[in-house]
Ligand binder design. Structure first.
Ligand code: SF4
Length: 246
């Protein structure tokens, strides 16, 4: 079992890991899909659901209420009707309306542009003070709509980071974001996020990683500590939990 402290994986090794993953999956390029306000709202909608559910909800919200002021004027109940497909509609609509009001109060319009001139950690903290915005949502907004060097930590990024020894096990969400910012060279932040998601989806799956097909197994702490054979009982428990999950 790996320990619970921060990484000892050197930055050069992290760079090599990404190069090996990219030899398999290709190098990701950042193409901003949304402006920061759209990214924030679409990201809140995507919490606890898939893109297949959250994108139609976002599209419907923007078509129904084209201006952010329209969303505020409509209020949480009517907004919930427009975003029903994303799930948790009542909670998400409250958060979206409250975020818009807070942004308007602080910046005098519905914009996140002032964040562009803030240091990255300050901008992340600012976003995390908004209702329903945690470190992952804040990091996605900064990374994808502003090209800032943050690493959103989703389930794949967390799992692969732990298995290869860059994150300790059982670390909290905020701490995981902070540790990765310390550990990964800042210019590799976006590539790290996307490469580990690809790897986690295709090869280093939960609960059973396909280590025999893995291009980075020689560098993986979990594999070197015994891999699937050594951890068979632990994996069996996880597989049972997944099989029982609704
Ligand atoms: S060797 Fe196995 S556990 Fe390690 S990164 Fe590769 S697939 Fe994941």
């Amino acid at each position: 079992m790996l320990g619970t402290h921060s990484t000892t994986v050197p930055k050069d090794e992290i760079r090599s890991i990404l190069e090996q993953l990219e030899a398999r999956f290709g190098r990701p390029r950042l193409i901003a899909r949304f402006d920061p306000m759209d990214e924030l709202v679409s990201c809140i909608l995507s919490q606890h659901t898939s893109d297949a559910n959250s994108f139609p909800a976002f599209t419907n919200l923007r078509a129904t209420y084209p201006d952010w002021q329209d969303v505020v004027d409509a209020g949480p109940e009517r907004v919930a009707d427009a975003i029903r497909k994303a799930g948790l509609a009542n909670q998400k609509s409250k958060n979206i309306v409250a975020c818009l009001i807070e942004i308007y109060t602080r910046f005098g319009s519905y914009t996140l542009e002032p964040l562009r001139t803030m240091p990255t950690l300050q901008a992340r903290k600012w976003l995390m003070e908004l209702p329903g915005v945690g470190p992952k949502t804040a990091s996605i907004v900064l990374c994808f709509s502003m090209g800032r060097e943050t690493i959103p930590v989703d389930t794949h990024v967390y799992r692969v980071s732990w298995r290869i020894g860059i994150l300790p096990e059982h670390v909290g969400e905020v701490k995981a974001h902070d540790l990765l910012l310390d550990s990964v060279p800042s210019e590799l932040a976006f590539r790290y996020h996307v490469d580990l998601i690809q790897h986690g989806r295709v090869i280093c799956k939960a609960p059973l990683p396909n280590c025999s097909a893995c291009p980075i197994r020689e560098r993986c702490r979990w594999f070197q500590a015994g891999g699937p054979e050594q951890h068979a009982s632990e994996l069996k428990v996880k597989r049972r939990k997944v099989a029982k999950a609704p």
